[in-house]
Design a protein around this ligand. Sequence first.
Ligand code: SDX
Length: 370
Amino acid sequence: MSEQEIRKGLAGVVVDYTAISKVNPESNSLLYRGYPVQELAAQKSFEEVALLLWKGELPSEAELTEFEATERANRAPDSRVKAAIDLLPLTCHPMDVCRTATSVIGANHPLAEDSSPEANLRKAQELFAAMPAVVAYDQRRRTGLPAVPPREDLGYSANFLWMTFGEEAAPEVVEAFNVSMILYAEHSFNASTFTARVVTSTLSDLHSAVTAAIGALKGPLHGGANEAVMHTFEEIQSTGVDPAAWLQDALAQKKKIMGFGHRVYKNGDSRVPTMRGALEKMVEHYQRPDLLELYTGLEEAMGTAKNIKPNLDYPAGPTYHLMGFATPTFTPLFVAARITGWSAHVMEQAASNSLIRPLSAYNGVAERHL
Ligand code: SDX
């Protein structure tokens, strides 16, 4: 096979159809089942967007009411999941806790080996409901705080913040969190979603696919970037250097600047303006103009130095920081949101499956004999 046919990282390779979302770098747009994500973020709840991704249509009032009841009834952490989390050291990464919890939920699920559309939808909705308690409890246990039970009178986002901080969040904070969940929900064949599709293509189960996807999302080139952005901000603020000077030094060391660049979007990530709007509202709410100054300073410096624009992780990181989430919790928040996209792709792959098994070109030693 000639050298030029190798497409390392599958860059630019179209491997299958999807009807779930459309990422268009030319128009710098993102549609979830045909709707611009900006409209959904401004007008819909994360629960409504979850149903849209799973079923292809926005829910009726009755369908939403039914799903909200199911979601709220499945929020409380299963005692077996909590026991498994308690066995994990506080030194492990919170993404390991999400990965382990998903496996424990799957191992205990009565429909674990049933991959019918109905079973997969039920497992997806239960995982959607269960993940916030996992993420919230894990952050709290790391500072010696007890779990906060879920509240059935609060929507998904408000309850997530309640379980994490033990107090009701202000409406504008709930709104900003809801926006972040919708923006993080789905993004076609990104590395973690494609991982979930590969696992599904062997006819393995939904929890195995999501566990594998969490493993992929953990990496700093993918979901781990939102945590890494905050580490960058903390490093710049603690040293007091000018963002441009920090950047010059980092680029001289050939470092990848977290929160910038994208494999598909080459003229900016369509989700950034909406997430930046949420960040600006949080900067106002928490009175932290310094953070926005740092944000824009590094963005401008990166534009000047490399003409590379921010991706969603860049505004998401500082937003979660202002809300009070611990930095290592940022990527688990991405997990909670992306449960929807991953599970929608699991169901789509299963519905028209073909085993995913690419080729490789051999460049090892020539055949030889003992
Ligand atoms: C997410 O795919 C998705 O849709 C993912 C996601 C989703 O919703 O699922 O959008 C979420 O993962 C967003 C991306 C988060 N990752 C980061 O912020 C990590 C930093 N970004 C880079 O590592 C990079 O931009 C990637 C990995 C995201 C994309 O890189 P590509 O497409 O493989 O491009 P590349 O690494 O080949 O870069 C091309 C050039 C290189 O320069 P040369 O080596 O050719 O001289 O641009 C440079 C790169 O060095 N470059 C960067 C850079 N991004 C690209 N240089 C410094 N810092 C960066 N961030």
